[in-house]
Design a protein. Structure first.
Lengths: 313, 197, 202
């Protein structure tokens, strides 16, 4: 009964849909990317996604029973976490990997904070960085697109970091996802279709994704090339997990600021961190880390971007 | 006699410095990557704790209250320096593995904390047992944490592979894994404590 | 003395080898005082100040007292006493010159004497910038700068942590995990996130 009341700081946002409707719409919006993943990387995509989703839902169910709270598996949030985690994995991973990752995401990324609505960090990303730190070899072995018998290839960003440029890769290839990478991040077209759905329904606003992508592009343009103002910003936007991250993970309701100003700061922060890691860091991709760091900063951002209420200074 | 035994055992369970009092966490997390290092640090810290507890308890009536903290620090630092030099001489490998955390024993909250809270107020035998108990409790906690971390992080214990084909979870060898292990262990012990009450 | 070195020190002290999240120094106040942002800010400011000052003083003592007279084995003892004295001195100065400031972080200053971060920074400086018993060129500036950066890293971790914990006050965390355990789990995730900066090559 008490779960119908949530105590949280203001401002409170009212949306037409209930939580369930929003969550399941997000799941639907991720389906195009999933289909693209299956086309590009084969049926492994489906098994990995299913493994992650089942593990996530089961973990959430077990926690619900253990803590004697209302069982929340039907609201779709665990499913989203499972899907997003799976989309952040290469297609060649053994099936126990997404399972372990999903359990970690739900247990440590969400439940220890008190469950839905209370997590500080995006659970899928928590799982992903855990997997990355624990089994780096599996997490960085990518199969070539359309070659279902596991010929490994580098992702465009990894090739860039190593100083080589992948031959025969055009912007169109990047846009359609015809290159190595994580199963849900490569097909920009499919991701944008899904994002469009969320925009139309009003479930995400432009503030975070657009500022995020723009900041990364500008920074990479200025500093990312061999000389100042020579960076290939279009390449960077279309590569790696930027689109997936900006539209689907940086927009997590719970782990990001509530006010418009806060969201702009969040987007810029994510963009800066992503660009810095991509250009100068050891890892070729920085989206996961950038979003998590900004998640951590969100409470502080919220403190300093409170709406003006009567009588405030 | 029973009281004396209790002085010793309280350091191991009831008032375990790591899991109950949450003291001395800095070296705990840093050296718990392998059981060998953990044992080394535990013994070093126990030596310092024991030595300083004895001396401080012995001279407790001669130290003016106002300057007692600096005096404790000097006494403790002396023992730490002795430990440092012995390690460098007899076990350079361990010394390198423990790194800066050996000199840091001097500001280890456990050592100074016990000196201030116990050794300067109690007689020699009680202080001796307290120091020994706390040191052992600390060592046991270190060994527990490092056993978990070493096994999960590298599939080995004390350098011996336990399970063939076990994929090590590298994160446990890293700082993040250490923080996770201690967080979950603290939570586990809290859970046990709550159930008892 | 070059910019590369300074930049490298900055990135590694603040992010990659963050004094709390990676080197585990200064954990006691980190879990105890990080529940309130104002307190956390005050503590961090005090720590940064003391680390910087002690980095300078301990360097001088090591270079001009311990090294020439072959007393380097007295390093631990000397540093600890110096830090304790320094903290007393700073406390006295602040109390005389700015009662406001003293009220803000007076009590934390005494706690800092036993803060591993301060002694740890001093020892690290020596280990890193004295090679083979001789001071590396510019090591004084590197040491002081590293002290400042470690303070900054400390501040960053404390502020992030306090913001998060303040927000968690409104959430229903499982009972066994309240306070310390959850603080460590959060620190673990923070540490994972900061790993994004590893391998940094400016």
């Amino acid at each position: 009964m008490t779960n119908n009341f949530s105590v949280s700081g203001s401002p409170h946002i009212h949306k037409q849909g209930s939580i369930s409707r929003i969550m399941w719409t997000v799941v639907i919006s991720l389906i195009p990317a999933g289909i693209a993943g299956i086309i590009i990387f084969g049926w492994d995509t489906l098994w990995i996604t299913l493994a992650a989703v089942v593990a996530a839902v089961l973990t959430e169910l077990i926690f619900g029973i253990l803590t004697k709270k209302k069982v929340t598996v039907l609201d779709g949030s665990a499913v989203i976490t499972g899907v997003l985690l799976a989309f952040n994995l290469p297609s060649g991973v053994p099936l126990w990997l997404p399972v372990v990752g999903a359990v970690f995401s739900i247990a440590i990324g969400k439940q220890v904070f008190g469950g839905i609505g209370q997590n500080i960090f995006n659970p899928a990303l928590v799982g992903r960085v855990f997997l990355m730190a624990s089994w780096p070899k599996y997490m960085t072995t990518f199969t070539a697109p359309f070659k279902f018998d596991a010929i490994t290839s580098a992702t465009p960003l990894a090739a860039l970091k190593a100083g080589r440029v992948l031959e025969h890769i055009s912007y169109l290839d990047l846009f359609l996802g015809k290159h190595g990478g994580c199963i849900g991040e490569v097909c920009i077209l499919a991701l944008l279709i899904g994002a469009a759905l969320l925009f139309i329904k009003g479930y995400i606003s432009w503030h975070i994704p657009i500022t995020y992508i723009l900041t990364t592009a500008v920074f990479v343009y200025i500093f990312g090339g061999n000389k100042l103002f020579g960076g290939d910003w279009l390449f960077h936007i279309l590569s790696g997990g930027l689109i997936l991250g900006a539209f689907f993970m940086a927009t997590d309701y719970v782990a990001t600021p509530l006010t418009a100003k806060g969201q702009l700061i969040f987007g810029v922060g994510c963009g800066l961190l992503t660009a810095v890691i991509r250009i100068w860091g050891g890892y070729p991709e920085g989206v996961s880390y950038a979003i998590l760091m900004m998640n951590a900063a969100t409470p502080l951002i919220g403190r300093y971007t409170k709406c003006r209420i009567y009588g405030s200074r | 006699m029973k009281n004396l035994i209790k002085e010793f055992t309280k350091g191991i369970i009831k008032e375990n410095p790591t899991f109950v009092l949450a003291l001395g966490l800095c070296p705990t997390l840093a050296v718990s990557v392998s059981v060998a290092n953990a044992i080394g640090m535990g013994l070093a810290a126990t030596f310092v704790l024991l030595g300083s507890s004895i001396i401080i308890s012995w001279v407790r009536n001669f130290i003016p209250a106002k300057i007692r903290i600096p005096c404790f620090i000097v006494i403790i630092a002396t023992f730490v320096t002795v430990t440092e030099l012995c390690l460098k001489a007899y076990s350079p490998v361990l010394d390198r593995a423990l790194g800066i955390y050996v000199p840091l024993i001097v500001v280890n909250c456990i050592v100074l904390g016990r000196a201030e809270a116990f050794a300067c107020k109690n007689n020699l035998s009680r202080s001796f047992l307290d120091g020994l108990g706390m040191g052992d409790g600390f060592t046991l906690a270190l060994v527990l944490i490092s056993a978990i971390r070493e096994f999960l992080g590298s599939g080995q214990l004390l350098g011996h592979t336990l399970i063939e084909g076990f994929e090590p979870v590298f994160v446990f060898g890293m700082p993040s894994g250490a923080l996770l292990v201690i967080g979950l262990l603290l939570g586990f012990f809290n859970f046990l404590k709550n159930k008892k009450i | 003395m070059n910019i590369q070195e300074f930049l490298s020190i900055f990135i590694s002290s603040v992010f990659i080898y963050n004094v709390i999240l990676s080197r585990f120094l200064g954990l006691c106040p980190f879990v105890a005082i990080s529940k309130d942002t104002k307190q956390a800010a005050a503590m961090s400011a005090a720590v940064t100040f003391v680390i910087t000052a002690s980095s300078a003083v301990t360097w001088i003592i090591y270079r001009f007292l311990l090294l020439p007279f072959n007393l380097t084995y007295l390093r631990t003892l000397a540093f600890v006493l110096v830090i304790a004295a320094l903290v007393q001195l700073i406390e006295m100065i602040i109390r005389k010159t700015s009662p406001v400031l003293y009220r803000a972080f007076g009590i934390y200053l005494t706690l800092i004497t036993t803060n591993c971060a301060v002694l740890g920074a001093a020892v690290l400086n020596i280990d890193m910038f004295f090679i083979g018993g001789k001071a590396v060129a510019g090591s004084f500036y590197y040491s002081v700068f590293q002290g400042i950066c470690m303070g900054l890293g400390y501040t960053l971790a404390m502020l992030l942590m306090s913001g998060i914990r303040e927000r968690l006050e409104l959430c229903n965390v499982p009972k066994a995990l309240k306070d310390f355990p959850l603080a460590f789990i959060i620190a673990s995730i923070l540490s994972l996130s900061f790993m994004g900066f590893s391998g940094f090559k400016p």
